[in-house]
Design a protein around this ligand. Structure first.
Ligand code: NAD
Ligand code: USQ
Length: 395
């Protein structure tokens, strides 16, 4: 009986939704390595976007069953797997009922801003998949076991780039002589980022009405591909996206440098973003899981360790690469502020014990080797951005 089992020790049962993805898989390994009982759930949508877009992870990845088998071989630990879709409410209820987790880590959403901006169909898919999947999950938790702690991946992009300091989720407001604590106002930059805002509002409401406990992790842009666990065996590798739809900025710049391609800075590169190392992502999730929110609490952490402008990121990569690197300024396909104020509070996770890996030359150099070893897998046609924020309505 899982409930009896968890009473015996401090280890938890954790269900990782999106556990076949870039971040979900290494997180599952990290939690399993720490002694928690872990199960992953995925519908493999991410592998299907690859087929749709004609691209593939730069680093070869195994299917989920092989990955799980390899982990058992290497660590002696078991990870359970549930294959299915969060849009299927019956499947979500059955899984939560059967596994009875203490915590659910929710990564399982369509996460690319450009993908959500391809056209109406992709925008609708993204918001439907993300918002409805999350809502099914909230109902399952409320009806089956409201003590389950939901650890939900949000994004720093929910806030956008306001001309005031960004707080951790909540803002003390004084208006016409009265004060209140309000959810921080949001100004996101794509239909994908908007889906996360909608999720945050739904989760906060569920905490208020049903006394649920939730942690919303507004994560910045992640870079890197290896964690101590994924590095143990090539079959444990997580995906690494280089294409203009799913590849994120620092990872793309590293890949472009190795390929001898110019670094694709959108516009002048003055736009600033919060970033973090993938090793810090998995650690932040562990810290959130092991220190649950209180019943009724909607807790928000800003999950990032440093901020840089895109121009600075390009310069760091160019200066670290041993050969010549060109930096190219492309017309920005997105609609975003080119220069702006950016000051973010991100002390919550540090207070729980996070010791950040900052962007040192060492990590970038290890990424050069990884990319070099797989560079024949790159289809250069997939490097240039094709999705324009204004494109869908112009055409
Ligand atoms: P990913 O696409 O690699 O992983 C998401 C996984 O969820 C995929 O394996 C996909 O198949 C699965 N999934 C999607 N919809 C599903 C559904 N309806 N039912 C079941 N499974 C479903 O993405 P990632 O980069 O690992 O990101 C994980 C989460 O972290 C996302 O929510 C993303 O918004 C957030 N995040 C990512 C980054 C980043 O830089 N990668 C930064 C900030 C926040
Ligand atoms: N950019 C470039 N050149 C490139 C790619 C990106 O200049 O080749 C710029 C973009 O214009 C943007 C910034 O870099 O200003 C970040 O772009 P990105 O594609 O790395 O990240 P983004 O679209 O914001 O999305 C990624 C993840 C998403 C997550 C988000 C965190 O895909 O899931 O939510 O990072 S955040 O940015 O904090 O919202």
């Amino acid at each position: 009986d899982p409930v009896q089992k968890r009473k015996k020790g401090s280890f938890m049962r954790v269900l990782v939704l999106g556990g076949d993805g870039y971040l979900g898989w290494p997180t599952a390994l990290h939690l399993s390595d720490r002694g928690h009982d872990v199960a992953v759930l995925d519908n493999f949508a991410r592998r299907r976007y690859d087929v749709e877009l004609g691209t593939e992870s730069l680093v070869p990845i195994e299917n989920l069953a092989t990955r799980i088998g390899a982990w058992q071989e290497v660590s002696g630990k078991r990870i359970d797997a549930y294959e299915g879709d969060l849009l299927d409410a019956g499947f979500v209820y059955d899984t939560v009922r059967e596994y009875r987790p203490d915590a659910i880590v929710h990564f399982a959403e369509q996460r690319s801003a450009p993908y959500s901006m391809i056209d109406r169909e992709h925008a609708v898919y993204t918001q439907h998949n993300n918002v409805v999947g999350n809502l099914n999950l909230l109902y399952a938790i409320a009806e089956i076991d409201p003590a389950i702690h939901l650890v939900k991946l949000g994004t720093m992009g929910e806030y956008g780039t306001p001309n005031i300091d960004i707080e951790e989720g909540w803002l003390e407001v004084e208006h016409n002589g009265r004060r209140d604590r309000m959810l921080y106002p949001k100004k996101p930059g794509s239909f994908y980022h908007l889906s996360k805002v909608h999720d945050s509002h739904n989760i906060e409401f569920a905490c208020r009405i049903w006394d649920l406990r939730a942690t919303d992790l507004n994560q910045g842009v992640v870079y890197g591909q290896q964690t101590p666990q994924t590095a143990l065996d090539p079959r444990l590798a997580t995906r690494f996206d280089y294409d203009a739809v799913f590849g994120t900025v620092l990872n793309r710049f590293v890949i472009q440098a190795v390929l001898g391609q110019p670094l694709s800075v959108y516009g002048k590169g003055g736009q600033t973003r919060g970033l973090l190392d993938i090793r810090d992502t998995v650690e932040c999730i562990r810290l959130a899981v092991e220190h649950p929110a209180e019943r009724g609490e909607f807790r928000v952490f800003n999950q990032m360790t440093e901020s840089y402008s895109v121009r600075q990121i390009a310069n760091i990569v160019a200066n670290t690469f041993p050969g010549p690197v060109q930096i190219e300024h492309l017309d920005n396909p997105r609609v975003e502020q080119a220069e702006h104020y950016y000051h973010v509070k991100h002390t919550g996770l540090v207070e729980l014990g996070l010791q950040p890996h900052l962007l040192t030359d060492t990590l970038i150099e290890s990424m050069f080797d990884l990319v070099g070893a797989n560079k024949q897998r790159v289809d250069e046609k997939r490097l240039l951005p094709g999705v324009r924020w204004r494109g869908a309505v112009e055409s």
